[in-house]
Structure formats: structure tokens, C-alpha cells
Design a protein around this ligand. Structure first.
Ligand SMILES: Cc1cc2nc3c(=O)[nH]c(=O)nc-3n(C[C@H](O)[C@H](O)[C@H](O)COP(=O)(O)O)c2cc1C
Length: 235
């Protein structure tokens, strides 16, 4: 059974996050029967939620209505997100959390919930990159996973010592912008793909891609058999 996995790079520029998400997608694809899609929020306009609550009157065709019809790109991205069976989502750490542009997409996704729980039961893996080793990598991953959980999605990762000693990424894949020391952002060109030097982080990234592929296949296969799955029956 083929599954579709979407890579979402949530940096406002094309750099390390793109490298991580594309690497994870390639690893997912290498498992077979995986079709991939990718977008970076750097290429789209996404404004913040204005709390208009017009999403209480929306549906899957319309999604975020905003105050009047939204002219930005959030709804076309939501359609690609709904269309995928699994996601690999990466963000850079900004002040210990998610960048503002990406958080706008997170907040606006309330329209997908209101329209009919369009993200429910999708599998998702989280990836982050930061300058500092203790700059907020894992706590940013849990911000992404909170978003997944609120949508009834299924966050997955790779536990300790699996498959190699010291490579487990308990919550999700994390990279530094260089290894063993981060490449300083003043060296712009080199710093944009500093993650490639982080061999452990890149290995975690590949394993996470494969893990998301594995669980997406499992969930999709179960989904087609189960008769208690929303919106058909059950809760
Ligand atoms: C506004 C801003 C805030 C940042 N905050 C943090 C931070 O809290 N911790 C950290 O380690 N790095 C921080 N960084 C560094 C980025 O996480 C790092 O450069 C990352 O590699 C950028 O990813 P990208 O190349 O995909 O954009 C920050 C960068 C910017 C521009």
C-alpha cells in the first residue's frame, strides 16, 4: 500500500531546516511505497490568526475564512497537509521555540479542526535545528508535538539505542548548525547547510524519516480495516 509523506520546512529561509526535512523525506522514500511532497514556509505568505472565529462556520473546501476570504497561502498549504498520510515537520529554534511565521500556520490550523478534524490520525515526526547545543532543541520539538496531539495526530520518534548506539532521538531529530562547533551565522553561505557536518543529527534525521514511513504504513493499513475510525463511527 502506498502512502504519501509530506515534508514541511518551517524556517523563514532556505537553509538547515530544508536540508534536514529533505534528508528525512529521502530516507522515508527509500523504504518503498512512499510518495513524497515538500514545502517550505519560506515560499509562502502566512499571516497570524485574528481570532475572528469564522472557522466555526467553515468546511473542508473553505478552511480558514478569516475576516472575509483570506488572500494568503495558508489554505492551499492546509490542503496539501490534509492530502498526506504522514508528515515530517522541521523548524529552526527561535528564542527556544517555533519561529513566528510557522506559529502563524499552527494557529490558523484551527480551521482544519473546525472544518472536520482533517489532520486526525496522521503520523508525524518532528525535527529541529539550532545554533546552541542547549539552545532549546528538545523543548521546541515538544511544541511541535503538542500541535500534533491537539489535532489527534500520532507523534512518533526513535527510542534509545535504536538502531545504533547513541543515535536514538527520543523525542525527534535534532541537529546543530555545524559540528562539533556550530558554523557562525556571519559565515552565511556555509552556515546555511552546517547541519550536514552534524553526523549524529543527520543520522537521527534519516532514522526518523524511516520511522515515520513505517508507522504511516501501519496506521494507513489499519485505518482501511478498522470500522471504528472517525468520522465513520466511534468518538
Ligand atoms: C530570531 C532568531 C532566534 C534564534 N533563537 C535561537 C535559540 O533560541 N537557540 C538557538 O540555539 N539558536 C537560535 N537561533 C539560531 C537558529 O536556530 C539557527 O541559525 C538555525 O540553524 C536556523 O535554521 P535555518 O538555517 O533552517 O533557518 C535563532 C536565530 C534567529 C534568527
Amino acid at each position: 500500500m502506498a502512502v504519501k509523506i509530506l515534508g514541511i520546512a518551517g524556517s523563514p529561509r532556505h537553509g538547515n531546516t530544508d536540508v534536514m526535512v529533505k534528508t528525512a523525506l529521502e530516507a522515508a522514500e527509500s523504504t518503498g511505497d512512499v510518495e513524497v511532497d515538500f514545502f517550505s514556509t519560506a515560499d509562502f505568505e502566512i499571516s497570524g490568526c485574528t481570532s475572528c472565529y469564522n472557522c466555526t462556520k467553515t468546511n473542508m473546501d473553505q478552511l480558514c475564512l478569516g475576516r472575509g476570504v483570506r488572500k494568503d497561502d495558508a489554505n492551499q498549504l492546509f490542503k496539501r497537509m490534509i492530502d498526506a498520510d504522514g508528515w515530517l515537520v522541521g523548524v529552526p529554534v527561535y528564542f527556544g521555540s517555533i519561529p513566528a511565521q510557522f506559529k502563524a500556520l499552527v494557529d490558523r490550523s484551527m480551521a482544519v479542526e473546525m472544518a472536520g478534524y482533517g489532520f486526525r490520525n496522521k503520523v508525524a515526526g518532528a525535527l529541529t535545528v539550532a545554533f546552541d547545543r542547549n539552545g532549546g532543541l528538545e523543548r521546541t520539538i515538544t511544541d511541535l508535538q503538542s500541535w500534533f496531539l491537539i489535532h489527534d495526530m500520532i507523534p512518533v520518534s526513535v527510542g534509545p539505542e535504536r538502531p545504533d548506539h547513541g543515535i536514538g532521538c527520543y523525542w525527534g531529530a535534532t541537529c546543530l548548525q555545524g559540528w562539533p562547533y556550530p558554523v557562525h551565522s556571519s559565515e552565511m553561505e556555509k552556515s546555511l547547510e552546517g547541519v550536514k557536518e552534524d553526523v549524529i543529527g543527520m543520522q537521527q534525521t534519516k532514522y526518523l524519516g524511516m520511522r515515520v514511513a513505517e508507522m504511516t504504513k501501519v496506521i494507513k493499513a489499519g485505518y482501511e480495516k478498522a470500522d471504528t475510525v472517525w468520522p465513520y463511527k466511534g468518538i
